[in-house]
Design a protein around this ligand. Structure first.
Ligand code: TRP
Length: 334
């Protein structure tokens, strides 16, 4: 059997994924299952670096897991698990934190951003968060980590931690590399197309949730902000055209067409028709996800059995790595 490369990625269960998360990352997680051995994690440990309501966190963790399954993460083929179900993440994070210079963590831009945003709660976990992320990745000996631009610095830190440890103790960890998908669309807000699509946007029309019903999806696209023009034409880097550019990117990403093909299809059609068409294709794309999600969440026992199975697989793989590490740093075995 051919040895496939190992892919690891994680998602925080802090909100329902939206169209931007889907086209930018999650769709790719699904596709990568064909070519790689994939390990995907619902990162509940990461989520508590900012205050969470415990009942809500539990609910969202289960929902995120179910949603990943609904999108097409196959729990037979890949390892899909919840971070809190595998204590080895916290254990390796402790060891790695003792091998990560304070100065290196101080340079993390996300820490600086988040400590400004949550100035009332700048906790040590927020600071050591990248070490936990390194532990996630290194436990599974991942070769590739699909991440967005905001996580690249954290991935660098993981690589450095792995290299430093390997230097001190001999080959222990695979050095992970970032995986930037060939086609990863950066999706902007539908109401303020200069900003990234985000769930926390005040305007509910800005963001398409993966579980939004058909009418909501189409309504939001009809209301999408564009400009006073009428031609469906993609003009790269033209700020005035950010709205229509975004819609063209979405339509093209969903249908697998190039921007030029999309332009051709709607030549002479006007914005109104194009907005409706984009709403339709997005609603069609999410229809099976919504249906599958309803089916999975209707059966609690099924979901729990998938999670338990995922946790067992995750433990089995990561246990080997942690044992090696404990031995190398000098912990006494029993
Ligand atoms: N920190 C990532 C985020 O907020 C989620 C995450 C946790 C992750 N562990 C990871 C991503 C390991 C890649 C690899 O988006």
């Amino acid at each position: 059997m051919k040895n496939k490369k190992i892919v690891f990625s994680g998602i925080q269960p802090t909100s329902t994924p939206h169209l931007g998360n889907y086209l930018g990352a999650l769709k790719n997680w699904v596709a990568m299952q064909d070519d790689y051995d994939c390990v995907y994690c619902v990162a509940d440990l990461h989520a508590i670096t900012v205050r969470q309501d415990p009942a809500k966190l539990r609910k969202q963790t289960a929902e995120t897991y179910a949603l990943l399954m609904a999108m097409g993460i196959d729990t037979e083929k890949s390892v899909l698990f919840t971070q809190g179900h595998n204590p080895r993440h916290a254990e390796l994070a402790w060891v790695l934190s003792c091998y990560t210079p304070f100065g290196e963590l101080s340079r993390m831009t996300q820490f600086k951003d988040k400590s400004e945003k949550h100035s009332e709660n700048i906790n040590a976990g927020l600071f050591t968060y990248p070490v936990l992320q390194a532990a996630d990745i290194l436990l599974y000996q991942a070769d590739l980590v699909p991440v967005g631009a905001d996580q690249k610095q954290h991935l660098e830190l993981s690589r450095d931690a792995a290299a430093r440890f390997n230097n001190a103790y001999g080959e222990t960890f695979t050095l992970p590399e970032p995986y930037i998908p060939k086609t990863s669309a950066k999706i902007m807000s539908l109401s303020e197309p200069s900003k990234k699509m985000s769930k926390s946007d005040g305007n509910p029309n800005a963001c398409i949730g993966v579980l939004d019903d058909r009418d909501a999806v189409i309504r939001k696209f009809r209301r999408a902000v564009t400009d006073s023009g009428a031609e469906v034409v993609y003009r790269e880097n033209d700020a005035d055209k950010a709205g229509i550019n975004n819609l063209i990117l979405i339509y093209s990403a969903v249908t697998g067409k190039t921007a030029a093909e999309t332009e051709k299809e709607f030549a002479g059609g006007g914005y109104g028709e194009f907005k409706s068409a984009t709403g339709e294709v997005v609603a069609d794309m999410f229809k099976p996800v919504r249906e599958e999600y309803a089916r999975i969440t209707a059966d609690d026992a099924f979901l729990v059995s998938r999670m338990r199975d995922g946790a067992e697989k995750a433990v089995r793989v990561s246990e080997k790595t942690l044992k090696k590490v404990y031995k190398k740093v000098g912990f006494l075995g029993l």
